[in-house]
Design a protein around this ligand. Sequence first.
Ligand code: ATP
Length: 321
Amino acid sequence: TRSVLVAGETLIDFIPEQTGPLAAVESFSRRAGGAPANVAVGLAHLDAQPLFWTRVGDDAFGDYLRETLADAGLDDRYIEVDPAAKTGLAFVSLGEEAEREFSFHRHESADTRLQPGTIDDEALSGLDWVHVGGVTLADDPARTATLDLVERARERGATVSFDPNARPELWADEEFSFVETIDDLLPQVDVLKASPDDLAAANIEYDGPEATADRLLERGPHTVFLTLGGEGSFAASTADAPWASGTETAFHDGYAVDPVDTTGAGDAFTAGAIAALVDGVDLGEALGFANAVAAVTTTAPGAMTALPTREEVTAFRAGQS
Ligand code: ATP
């Protein structure tokens, strides 16, 4: 089987029990979260047997997260417990127009303390795919650890995918800017998955999927996925992509579902795209599969708990056609 490593934060998301501004929310429910954690669990549910490199605190929240990741069937060799740091937390609110507000409690939290070099060269040589996200890049040493992982994985021939996951709240007090970080990283990645919001935060103009993807492909990645919420998604590859024989594009207008909770839909999409592409399918089929994984995820509450199995995705697609 092809081997995939996902790296980055596992957090507790505190989801509001009422809509309205964060300052007015009175009660929250606890959910396992963090975009890379969602992607890793999504891949595990799809039988891709990923490795997941993350770090939680030696506290009750860390215990809960480790239990959740173990229940999803994830290998724990790179799931670290930091005796000297707390598990990262994120409080979220949901406005009337579905706009989200975040309050992050991850100052020097365990997830920001991934150490460079943890995944050694030998382990990296056996990997086909490495996926990382933008949240890990906001704080050192996790930032340096992630950039080092990307560089060494690439040198050893792995496909590197990246989701900017723009969270302006996280970068406000940092010495690094999100815009410069994305500028510097684009030439280092093979596959970019982004939403128009991510691009806006990175100061990248969004003028429709085709034109935007064309400009992104000139900046390094050989493949770009743009997710467009209920309107579906767009994918483009150059001839450098192993799954394309020339320039290829694909558009999927999304599956019609009654969404209950779209949290984590983007991460579900990423897990679906990776699982499909490591299986060797073409770009159009990967896009269809990714949209189906994402669509099913929106039909159940929560992010991680809503991620479907391969059988559920197959049944869903059969019911749609
Ligand atoms: P995030 O999870 O941070 O919101 P994102 O912005 O990438 O990430 P979206 O673009 O909202 O996520 O959604 C990702 C994918 O989920 C879409 O490409 C689509 O396939 C599916 N999806 C999202 N919302 C809906 C919806 N209302 N109906 C059907 N599919 C949806």
